[in-house]
Ligand binder design. Sequence first.
Ligand code: SME
Length: 163
Amino acid sequence: MTSHIELKSEIEKIISDKRLSTTQILKAITVFLQQDAEKYTWVGFYHMNNTNQTLHLGQYTGKETDHTVIPYGKGICGQVAVSGATYIAEDVTAESNYIACSMDVRSEIVVPIYYNEKLVAQLDVDSKRINAFDEADRKMLEEVCEIIGNKLGAEMRFDDLKD
Ligand code: SME
């Protein structure tokens, strides 16, 4: 498994690749994180649409999902849209407000992405392992999302996203 520092430096490398558009960079990040598919089974970005109060699925790696639009407040992602704080579901079957994307998923982490202190998107990671995400994962993914938000956040709201 790639160390925390190597992982951050790899993400920074992807973000500064001038040949890639913002959406290509985000896709490359999901591909990179999902390499450890046993743990990071599904990795994707949801983008905030404050006009409609909905989250929109953008770039992802893993199985196709029907949940391409999620209202604020619904499911783990919708709860993070409202709270603005990272949420770890150790066992998704114990969650009362959860949207199942695939029956294989056992645990999930959703990390908010900020730009200029405004919530613009989220990184959603699903695992087929129960209780897959610990404090080290939270710290690493929060740092990764901070880098992503600072560098790309201006273009990450649903309305601002361009190909
Ligand atoms: N499980 C999420 C929905 C997104 S899928 O996992 C891709 C939720 O409860 O918001």
